[in-house]
Design a binder for this molecule. Structure first.
Ligand SMILES: *[C@@H]1O[C@H](CO)[C@@H](O)[C@H](O)[C@H]1NC(C)=O
Ligand SMILES: *[C@@H]1O[C@H](CO)[C@@H](O)[C@H](O)[C@H]1NC(C)=O
Ligand SMILES: *[C@@H]1O[C@H](CO)[C@@H](O)[C@H](O)[C@H]1NC(C)=O
Ligand SMILES: *[C@@H]1O[C@H](CO)[C@@H](O)[C@H](O)[C@H]1NC(C)=O
Ligand SMILES: *[C@@H]1O[C@H](CO)[C@@H](O)[C@H](O)[C@H]1NC(C)=O
Length: 593
């Protein structure tokens, strides 16, 4: 259960208007033509299966919230940095009373006990446990059990759901219904090759970096916090705003647990001055942190945020909810879609408790998320940004598209496949580089163009030159009018991570996102220490005032979908974004605005 939800038992008198006055004709809300790729129908779920339905109500003032978010994130606007409070955000996203009344009337008409409904803090999400048969009659749906052909995961979903005509204007979406995505940890793991690492350490050889700094040659193949500090010029910067409340948050899913012992071993080897400091693990909805099952993703994320931001307080949010197996899902009731749960938790925190920088190394092909779901969740990231947080996500590890790149709309066309949530405009998508002097885009760094979100204004100058250079190459394989990813990049190959006591070499945009988020956290530290507010939503800033704080990456391409992918080029490109950060320059550019 969501611990933060408030039970609202309301007055029945308010919605006893005769049902016949409404048009309860149902029309389809969302449907798939065929079963999404990779899933197999394995039969009817148990009749007594309980389903936890979440109903996303239309948010009354969401357009106003977006307008304010644009003002407070625009460095040229007088309101820059004037982040919204929890109360302001909640008031803006609260549904209209007529929405509540209509939806209650509909639920009541289906025999739902209105006192059993739970509401999110802004009352824009309803949550209710119902038997499958009730869900099917509410939604004119036909739930089946589906199994993923490669992982064996099972989910209970429907290929289609419908709502009464009158409710389409009041309900954005109902979940779980047609969403088949698996949460995929973006991790590419490489075992340490002992013959590779000691080069620079042994002979002390260095090469000159983009800012004229001396970078150990070992950083060309094995990356440590010390490498990143030199490469991105954070070396020597001492964070000072912990007592002013600066924090960094790492979102963890998929039973990825942080090992406290591995963290200390990592400090001993790679950040000795941080020995004895800890990460605070926060359980969201009962998420665990089992010390006997350390996760590579979790260890990588936390070791690098701590390794780069020490002594800034680090928080790890353990959120449960992989798509559950059927035999687990009868009791306790089915729980899934962790982004939604995580966001509900985070948006419920009081002012001052929300970290100012977040990193998340998970995502899935955008097309596997129903459009309405992606838009609504993206809107929740906008709410988090409006509270003054910068939200980083890995851009994906599949080049221009992992797997077959076939569409799941029944037509089986081959198209490049960008990854959500990185395609959400209110998130900063982080791609990966490797090697030094020069850094190059690494082959797996995922990038491309959203088919759900159109190109935002802040990409209007940076992206068209890239498209012009591309010309007609790949025409039809991508959406040239879409929001382009990644926004930025950072090293993502050969990271030295301690897992179960041993050093392993780990790569992926999973490594890049914590690295970039740590630099953002240090920028926030500098601003807070100087009496400025946190940076909040970064994108409008990075593409304008922050532009010259990046090292442009000019080499590398990201193959996929049977092509060689995009090339890193001068200016923004769809493999390394604007480039990799230079902390000293960014501090000068962004420190006092
Ligand atoms: C980094 O490693 C690559 C691959 O081994 C090599 O081609 C390149 O020259 C190295 N870079 C430097 C600066 O030594
Ligand atoms: C870190 O916190 C965990 C959980 O509270 C605790 O078990 C562990 O001993 C702590 N480690 C250190 C070095 O303080
Ligand atoms: C749950 O399902 C899995 C996979 O079908 C099976 O291996 C396992 O034994 C089942 N567990 C229970 C408690 O029924
Ligand atoms: C599309 O691909 C799926 C999975 O490979 C297959 O089952 C289906 O028949 C294909 N549809 C068309 C129209 O080719
Ligand atoms: C990438 O660069 C190579 C080498 O210059 C060139 O042959 C290729 O056409 C470029 N590809 C794209 C998509 O721009």
């Amino acid at each position: 259960m969501l611990s933060l939800l408030v039970v609202v038992a309301c007055c029945l008198a308010a919605y006893t208007s005769p049902v016949s006055q409404r048009d309860w004709d149902v029309t389809v809300k969302h449907s798939w033509v065929t079963i999404p790729n990779g899933w197999i129908d394995v039969g009817a779920p148990p009749a007594d299966h309980i389903i936890n339905l979440k109903i996303g109500l239309k948010q009354h003032g969401f357009e106003d919230l977006l307008a304010m978010l644009h003002e407070i994130s625009d460095p040229f606007h007088p309101k820059y940095g004037q982040h919204l409070s929890k109360r302001e955000v909640d008031d803006l996203v609260a549904p209209h009373e007529s929405t509540h009344a209509t939806v209650r009337e509909w639920l009541y008409g289906h025999g739902i006990d209105l006192a059993s409904i739970h509401y999110s803090p802004a009352k824009d999400w309803l949550s209710l446990d119902v038997p499958l048969s009730t869900a099917e009659s509410l939604l004119s749906a036909s739930y089946r059990s589906y199994q993923h052909s490669s992982t064996g995961e099972q989910v209970v979903r429907t290929l289609s759901y419908s709502l009464p005509r009158d409710l389409h204007a009041h309900i954005d979406l109902v979940h779980p219904t047609t969403m088949f995505d698996r949460m995929k940890a973006m991790r590419a793991t490489y075992m340490l090759d002992a013959t590779l690492s000691p080069v620079g350490e042994a002979n002390g050889a260095t090469v000159k970096g983009p800012a004229g700094q001396d970078i150990p040659l070992s950083c060309n193949t094995t990356v440590t916090p010390a490498c990143l500090q030199v490469l991105y010029s954070t070396e020597g910067y001492v964070p000072q705003a912990a007592e002013k409340g600066n924090k960094i948050g790492v979102a963890g899913y998929l039973e990825q647990y942080v090992s406290f012992a591995d963290l200390q071993t990592f400090f001993t080897q790679f950040r000795p001055d941080a020995m004895g400091t800890n990460v605070t693990v926060v359980s969201v909805d009962g998420g665990l942190n089992d010390q006997s099952l350390p996760g590579i993703e979790a260890d990588l994320n936390v070791q690098y945020t701590e390794g780069l931001t020490y002594p800034t307080p680090n928080y790890y949010y353990s959120t449960p909810g992989t798509a559950p197996t059927i035999n687990d899902s009868v009791t306790p009731p089915q729980r899934d879609e962790p982004y939604l749960d995580w966001l509900t938790y985070m948006l419920g925190l009081p002012d001052g408790e929300v970290p100012q920088a977040f990193t998340t190394s998970y995502g899935g092909d955008e097309q596997t998320f129903p459009y309405e779901w992606a838009v609504r969740v993206c809107g929740m990231f906008a709410q988090l940004s409006a509270r003054g947080s910068s939200v980083m996500f890995s851009s994906g590890d599949g080049g221009v598209g992992a797997g077959t790149c076939q569409t799941n709309d029944g037509t089986n066309r081959t198209l490049f496949q960008p990854v959500f949530p990185a395609t959400c405009p209110y998130i900063t998508g982080v791609g990966a580089t490797y090697q030094i002097a020069p850094e190059k885009g690494v082959y797996f760094s995922q990038g491309g163009f959203s088919r759900y979100f159109k190109r935002p204004l802040w990409q209007a100058a940076a992206v068209p030159p890239f498209l012009e250079k591309l010309g007609s190459t790949y025409a039809g394989l991508y959406n040239p009018a879409g929001r382009a990813v990644p926004d930025v990049s950072a090293q993502g190959y050969g990271f030295q991570v301690v897992v179960e006591g041993k050093v392993e070499s780990v790569g992926g945009t999973s490594a890049s996102s914590p690295t970039f988020a740590s630099i953002v956290s240090l920028l926030n530290d500098y601003r807070l220490a100087n009496g400025r507010p946190s940076l909040g939503w970064l994108n409008p800033l990075l593409y304008t005032t922050g532009l010259s704080g990046f090292t442009d990456i000019l080499l590398g391409n990201n193959p996929g979908c049977g092509t060689l992918g995009f090339n890193a080029t001068e200016g923004w490109d769809a493999i390394t974004g604007l480039g990799t950060p230079d902390f000293v320059k960014l501090k000068e550019l962004l420190g006092f605005i």
